[in-house]
Structures are given as structure tokens and as C-alpha cells.
Design a protein around this ligand. Sequence first.
Ligand SMILES: [Fe+2]
Length: 445
Amino acid sequence: MNSFDYYMPPRIHYGSGSLNKLSEIVSRYGNRCIIIGPEMNQFIRPIYERAEKILSSEGINFKCFYEVEPNPSTKTVLKAKKIAEEYNIDLIVAIGGGSTIDTSKMVASLYGNQNVDFTQLFKTNDYPFGIYPPIGPNPKPYVAISTTSGTGSQCTQAAVITDDVSHQKLTVFHQNHFAKEVIVDPELMLSLPKGLTASTAFDAFTHAFESYLNHRLAPHTMFMSEYAIKTIFNYLPKVLKENKIEYREELAYADTLAGQCLANGGAHLPHPISEVIGSSITSINHGQALAIVYPYFMDYHWKNEIDKYAFIARALDSSYESKTNEEAARQFNEIVTKFGYTSSTVPVTEGLHLKDFAIYLENNNLLVSAVMNERPEFKDFNRFVVPAEEVYAINSLYINGTVIVPKGYPITQKIIEDLGYPIKLVDSNEFKKIDGSLTCLSLRF
Ligand SMILES: [Fe+2]
């Protein structure tokens, strides 16, 4: 058996209605907190109102910082930190998904540090399993309340932040980035829109799968990965059809398991690549970026881990029992494809396509390589960069029920035809001028 380290400090309060424990939990750490969350919207408003009411009723003082954007920036971290310091908090309450929880991690660990050097932090704290000195003189505890079932951030030591200077999306790891306590209340996820439900669940699947591929994983964490993957494949299609609490409970549990797997196994190649996509195309969320990368990653990688791919393939589809390991492993990608398909529209910036991303990657190879070269599993990174003309995921526009594809992309054309969408071919120059919504055709469920 492999040697392994396993570290998972947070106390996890799982279950519908567990938000009601909030004041009891917060009281363990003080009576003065900052609540950090995303900008107010119709989905998060009722959750904020409930949390604020629970805290007020127990006489807990709080200040609200509802300004966290998707892909949170160093500027946002510093703004929240300043407010927290001025309010002299005892702890932080994070309400939201990965962006909020990651921002809270940084505020918690930087608290009291008046000379924050993000550039240095991004350089030094870049290994998931490092044991680092404190980042600030007076780190604060934080309680995480997750409102999505996908990022796993409530159970990890990673804070993904976009550097305002370089505009790169980078990760600061610290063993103290774990929450003190976590509330996973699936009732809070009932208001999550379908698109976010799908993309965050895809993210959770990737946490379970990528950590499963890593050899440092403990045997019991491998069981957790397998269970999480099966649960996501089983319940995501159900919840997208019918928003039932039973289904939300399953997905929330799977996400919590997958987060623990990620914290102890680490991510694989798709995660850093998706962060590069997220840095350059900010209108795409993390799960969508992963969904774009995955078909290519699996096609490229399955030969390296035939037994593991085959095992998961059979766990998901028993008809693969009769196939050889190699056949089952090779066809895992097809299982993910068959699993379903959801198109998710996000705003597009004029002239921005995944083709640009491929160019971006090549032009910034040194930057990417600097990260990749330090980890042996990334040594083949350059081979993985997809030629621009083969990228189909974004270089098509979905407008009024028709997919518009530039001429000269036969793979794109074939995939869209196979999917049964009406298609219109236009000249490349014409295509770049079209303003519309963008369809992530690789996001399949
Ligand atoms: Fe992720």
C-alpha cells in the first residue's frame, strides 16, 4: 500500500436545516464577525436574510461584505480585509461558493498583515501539501457556509485568487486555509440556477476524478472519490429535471466528499489549464472551463491510467464489465458524453473565442511552463495544447436556436451536426464580428 498523509480538520455540519446551527457555531469563536458573500441577487438574498436573522437573534455583531465577484481579485481580498480589521472581528462567516470561500480564506490568513505581498505569496505558497509559516500576525478563524454543490472549497486548503497585477488566476495554499467549521445545508442549494448547478457539479466530478488519478491518495479517499463520481452522475441529471431536496442532498454530499479528496489527493492537469482559461476569458466560470478541457484531457490521458479509468467506467456503466480494461478505459470519455448534455450560455466578448485561448496559451508558454515544470505529471503539457483549428468548444455561437460556425472548422461542424442543432456556416472574418451568446458545447451531462 502507498504511504499517505491525510489532513481534514474542519468539523462538517451536513444536512437540510443545518444553517440553524449558525449562531451556536459562531459563538464558539467570538461575537463579532464579518459576513463575506457574493453580490446581492435574488438567489442569495433569502440566504443572507436568514443568516443575518439567526446571528442577530443571538446578539452576535456582524458587518456585511457582499461584494465578492466571480474569480475574486486581490483587490477584493484587500478591501474585505480592511473592513474586517476596522471592525475588529473575532471571525469570518463565508456564505457562498468557491469565490466567496476563497476570498474569506485569504482575509482570515492575511488579517493584521499590513505589508501584503501577493506576488511573493503566489510564488511561495504554491504546493497543496506544504506546511507554511503564518501569512499574517493574527490569523482569524472562519466558518464556511456553502451555497453551491461543486467547488469543494469548504473542505480544501486552496484559495484561488486573480492577481490584479498580472491578471493570472493563481492559488495560495496554506494548511490553515481550512475552515474551522463547515455548514453544508442542501436547502440553500434549492435556489441555485440550473446552469450553475451543472457547472459546479461538473467541477465536483473533476475534483473526485483528478484526485483519484493521483498516486498519493489514501485508499479510503479513493472510495470517497468513487462514491462521489457515481453520485454526481446519478443525481445531476435528476436535479436538472426536477429540483428536489433529496437530489440536492446527494449532490451536496458528493461535493463535500470530492472536496476532501481534492484536499488530500490534489488536482491534475485540467485544473491549472482551466485556471488559465478563467484568467483570459473571465465570462466563463470554473466548471465551464473544466468542461471545455475535459474531453481533450481524457483522450490524451487515459493510456496512462488504464486500470483507474476502466474501474470508474465500469462503476458508472455495468455494460463495460464485458470489455477489456483497455476498451473500457478508452471509452470513458464516451460515458461522460453519453451522460447527458447541457448547453450553457454565457456572455461573449466580441472577437473572443477559444481559438484565442489556444493562442494565448502558446504565447504564454513560459508562464504556464513555469508552473507545470515543477510537477512531473505536467511534463507533457505542451503536447496537450490543442491546435486552435481543432478546438470546437467555444468557436461557435448559439443565437436564436441556430449554431453559427466559422467555415474551415470541420470538427466543430460535425459535432454540432451530430448533436442535431441547426447550423449556419459563415466566413471567419464575419464570425468575429457577431455579437451573441456563447455556447459551451463541451459541457455534457
Ligand atoms: Fe475545481
